[in-house]
Design a protein. Structure first.
Length: 564
């Protein structure tokens, strides 16, 4: 272990989180364990690809030792003594982890920090931008962005304040009304707002978007990202608290980062620190507040404030949304619903293979508009368990485009047989129809019924019916889908569900959002609320609507002979 204080604080934070000495949410735990694997496990692919640059850490140490807090409890005091472990952890990951095969290139190109208010977010952004100004090659352009001009001015002002109260640093910068220039290398920082034109003609190397959770679209992010296309060592950083909006680009980034930590998507360039309560945590339980509020929950002053706010939120429901979004990082818009099944729970149900020969099955299909994903699932019962297999179908000419837009490696799933490219720019429905009709021959099973959502399915169902298959419509409403949605979830949680190993199916399940009816008594999966694809899950839930009609024995009779 290198005796570097800031690294030690970051390392100790990661160890304490991973060992349970610091209470944290599951994705913070995963981020810390990933870091420890990267720096400690010589057999890890991450250790072999990346390393921590201790000389860079020494530089950060010396810079922060010159920095003072401009506001808050420690205003005027040196930052170095008071920085928390999680703040060191974020800065070291972003600036000090490099590729082994290219020691000048940082590992992370995109970073997302989701943390409750009053956790020194503005200081973290200020320090991030100041380090960027000092470390980037000569004549680099940096941007500090926000959703509105007023927010951008406030952010820019806070960065200037940090420099103005830190004389040891200030002498190296020229500060004007609309930019900060580093005299050592001519690097320049500009404030920008959400108008995309603000970065036209710029070549940005480092950018930050503050309070990205308040953005209604990703225009500011895309504008910065586009301006980085020719930058080799680019880094864009988003940070925010929660907001009561159904859909926003920050939430999409968080979900993407979670899938990386769940090992459903591979993207070594993306860094996530997601401070939030776990799904089953009660928001009134103060012992859990540290999960979303790591700074305030470890301070008496902070806890006194949170307790008072919580009491007010309980007594005055109109205050609850503000407390829970700003202080506990909960997305509360009722249309967003809740995650359906955790990825670790569904992954625990996977099996490598299953003998479908002589099994009676139900088939579920979810047909999409012609340019979107389509899915087929099969389901049977055996010895009190439900066994399933699912496939996805995508337009052949759109595979590369969909892979890029959805950040899903469809080619990988096509190679392993869980996905099929059929048609050109639209789905070849005849391919899907033939796939269903060939199930009995290919698997040796018998199709009892085909259940379907009638949307986009009329022509296909007519053809399947003409071939002798019994087709049962599955109306897409709470009354029909609630029992099936509940049965599948309970089967997963009680280990009575099994599926043929398929990462694309796991990804679909982890994407799913469960919504309830106005009375809260019925639930179903919502494609509208689920921002990413859930077609494979939708086809399987269709199966579950009629699975109880299937005999418990999965061995069927034909011609007086029992197949076993």
């Amino acid at each position: 272990m290198h005796e570097i204080p800031s690294y030690y604080k970051a390392y100790r934070y990661a160890k304490d989180v991973a060992n349970g000495n610091i209470l944290a949410g599951k994705y913070i735990i995963k981020s810390c364990k990933h870091f420890l694997e990267m720096v400690n496990n010589q057999d890890s692919k991450y250790y072999k690809k990346y390393f921590v640059d201790y000389e860079m850490i020494k530089k950060i140490d010396s810079i922060i030792k010159l920095t003072n807090f401009s506001t808050g409890e420690f205003a005027g005091k040196g930052c170095y003594e008071y920085i928390s472990g999680f703040q060191w952890f974020i800065l070291i990951n972003l600036f000090c982890v490099f590729h082994r095969d290219n020691e000048s290139k940082r590992r992370y190109e995109k970073a997302c920090v989701f943390i409750a208010r009053k956790n020194a977010k503005t200081w973290l952004v200020s320090m991030f931008m100041i380090l960027g100004l000092l470390f980037e090659p000569n004549y680099a352009q940096l941007v500090a962005a926000a959703n509105t001009r007023e927010q951008a001015k406030i952010l820019f002002s806070e960065i200037k304040k940090t420099l103005e109260v830190s004389p040891g640093l200030k002498k190296h910068f020229k500060i004007t009304r609309d930019k900060i220039e580093c005299k050592l290398n001519n690097n320049v920082l500009f404030p920008i707002a959400a108008e995309a034109r603000n970065t036209d003609g710029m070549l940005v190397s480092i950018g930050c978007v503050d309070e990205y959770g308040a953005a209604r679209d990703d225009s500011i992010y895309q504008s910065i990202q586009t301006s980085m296309l020719s930058t080799i060592n680019r880094l864009i950083f988003t940070i925010s608290t929660g907001y009561p909006y159904a859909n926003n680009p920050m939430k999409e980034q968080i979900e993407y980062g979670k899938k990386i930590l769940d090992e459903l998507i591979e993207d070594d360039r993306f860094f996530l620190m997601c401070y939030e309560l776990d799904e089953k945590d009660l928001w009134t339980d103060e012992t859990n507040w540290i999960k979303s509020n790591p700074l305030q929950a470890t301070s008496k002053l902070g806890m006194d404030f949170l307790k008072a706010e919580c009491k007010m939120a309980i007594e005055m429901p109109s205050k609850a949304t503000s407390f829970r979004t700003k202080n506990l990082n909960q997305w509360l818009d009722i249309k967003t619903g809740n995650s359906y099944i955790d990825s670790k729970d569904i992954k625990a149900c996977s099996i490598e293979n299953y003998d479908w020969n002589n099994k009676e099955i139900v088939v579920g299909i979810d047909l999409s508009i012609s340019s979107d994903n389509t899915s087929v699932s099969i389901l049977t019962k055996e010895n009190g368990e439900y066994i399933a297999q699912s496939w996805c179908f995508v337009p052949g000419d759109l595979v590369e485009e969909k892979s890029k837009v959805e950040k899903v490696d469809y080619n990988r799933f096509i190679r392993d047989g869980s996905c099929f490219a059929c048609g050109d720019r639209i789905i070849d429905y005849s391919f899907v129809e033939n796939f269903v009709l060939e199930l009995e021959n290919k698997l040796g099973c018998r199709v009892r019924s085909v259940c379907y959502d009638k949307y986009n399915a009329i022509s296909t169902i007519q053809k399947l019916s003409q071939e002798g298959l019994e087709c049962v419509e599955t109306p897409q409403n709470y009354f029909v889908l609630h029992p099936a949605t509940k049965l599948l979830k309970e089967s997963v949680l009680t280990n009575k569900f099994k599926f043929i190993n398929n990462d694309l199916f796991v990804l679909n399940v982890s994407n799913a959002i469960e919504v309830t009816n106005p009375s809260g008594s019925l639930s179903m999966i919502s494609k509208k609320s689920s921002k990413f694809k859930i077609d494979m899950l939708a086809s399987l839930i269709n199966c579950f609507t009629i699975i109880d009609d299937l005999p418990e024995s999965s061995v069927y009779d034909t011609g007086g002979i029992t197949w076993i």
